[in-house]
Design a protein around this ligand. Structure first.
Ligand code: G4F
Length: 347
């Protein structure tokens, strides 16, 4: 958005620890502004929308971890469901419904216990987690305000979109970081949940371009954003470890399945590097997501294959190999400095 010349305003929540690593490179730019507000605080949203008078709102705010939504269902509903309503009402309260377009981050999790494969804009929803149920409300309230008040508000039904900035507890990033750490001797083993779960993984950078395209159309519509290609968690792990120089062979079934190193650094060959743990199984899991991006391709001119699965894996692994190596250098420097200080070599 900054590259396109927009003034960008984002909301942040107060925290006593710094959690802005992923936007640190943007802070200080003249067109980039951060404001304290919260999706659970209507007044903060009403005041901010009134002050900024936005022409486009991208609502990507969410408690977005599906497994966590089983532990914090009420918070998830407040932010992911009612939060969307609060944004719509903030726009209406400030009389901006004719000038402000709204993009809502809807999700392939809406298809949940899937009723058809692949999933398109016409596939029935069957949400299968507290997260997905909350997101379903968000989807419908956007549609309702579009029809009731003639507002330009749309959903992008995004399938999993990954990148080097992905949170470290989502499965792809958990795998790429572990592969990098194991390859560099910083971790022994990776524990995962359901290895057979199937996802349609795309590159987040390509998907945000599509979010913007959705708001540039003449009429507000919902779109499925996906690559149309499906892989299992097991396959993602295989390719990520391969990109880190380790070849895995998977043996066994379900909870007893293991990923064993069959090729790679001599000290790892023959070792079990991936195991399954019940801790990462969900009470209900969505296991067969595959999107049909035909409408986005035809209407928006978007290319779902811009970044291939192999390219995505290698972008993430390369980034994490460098991150782990840099952390190692920083830690050696810290240790050396501590020693020098102790010995009085430096003061
Ligand atoms: O990476 P995940 O946690 O992503 P999930 O649940 O598909 O949700 C993500 O994508 C959605 C779009 O479809 C977003 F709406 C949502 O906010 C989020 O960004 O899990 C992917 C699959 C699941 O089936 C999970 O059971 O991987 C399986 N899995 C296996 N082992 C694991 C693990 N997931 C995680 N997080 N950690 C594991 O160890």
């Amino acid at each position: 958005m900054l590259a396109k010349g927009y003034d960008v305003h984002g909301i942040i929540r107060r925290s006593s620890v710094d959690y802005r690593e992923r936007i640190a490179h943007l802070e200080g730019r003249p067109n980039f502004h951060l404001h304290y507000a919260d999706m659970s605080d209507s007044m903060s949203l009403v005041k901010l929308v009134g002050k900024v008078q936005p022409t486009e709102i991208y609502n990507l705010a969410a408690q977005s971890h599906v497994q966590v939504s089983f532990d914090a269902p009420e918070f998830t509903a407040d932010v992911d469901a009612v939060g969307v309503l609060r944004i719509l009402e903030a726009v209406r309260t400030n009389h901006l419904e004719k000038t402000c377009k709204i993009y809502q981050a809807s999700t392939s999790e809406l298809y949940g216990k899937v009723e058809e494969v692949p999933q398109s804009e016409t596939t029935p929803f069957h949400p299968y987690s507290p997260y997905a149920v909350a997101k379903l409300y968000g989807y419908w309230i956007i549609k309702e305000y579009r029809e009731a008040y003639n507002m330009f508000c749309c959903s992008g039904i995004l399938f999993n979109h990954e990148s080097e900035r992905r949170g470290e507890t989502f499965v792809t990033r958990k795998i790429t970081l572990a592969a990098a750490r194991i390859a560099q001797g910083k971790q022994e083993k990776l524990y995962l949940g359901n290895l057979s779960s199937l996802r349609d993984w795309g590159y987040a950078k390509d998907y945000v371009e599509c979010m913007w395209l959705i708001l540039q159309q003449d009429k507000p519509e919902d779109f499925v954003i996906a690559t149309g290609v499906q892989h299992s968690v097991r396959e993602f792990a295989y390719h990520a470890f391969k990109a880190a120089g380790i070849e895995l062979k998977f043996e066994g079934e379900d909870i007893d399945e293991k990923g064993i190193c069959v090729n790679g650094p001599a000290n790892l060959v023959g070792k079990t590097l991936v195991e399954v743990s019940e801790d990462f199984y969900r009470p209900t899991d969505v296991v067969n997501l595959l999107g049909d991006p035909t409408k986005a391709k035809q209407t928006l001119g978007w290319n779902p294959q811009k970044t291939s699965f192999d390219q995505l894996v290698s972008i993430m692994v390369k980034h994490d190999m460098e991150k782990v190596a840099a952390e190692h250098v920083a830690s050696v420097m810290r240790t050396n400095l501590a020693e020098y200080l102790e010995k009085g070599v430096v003061k």
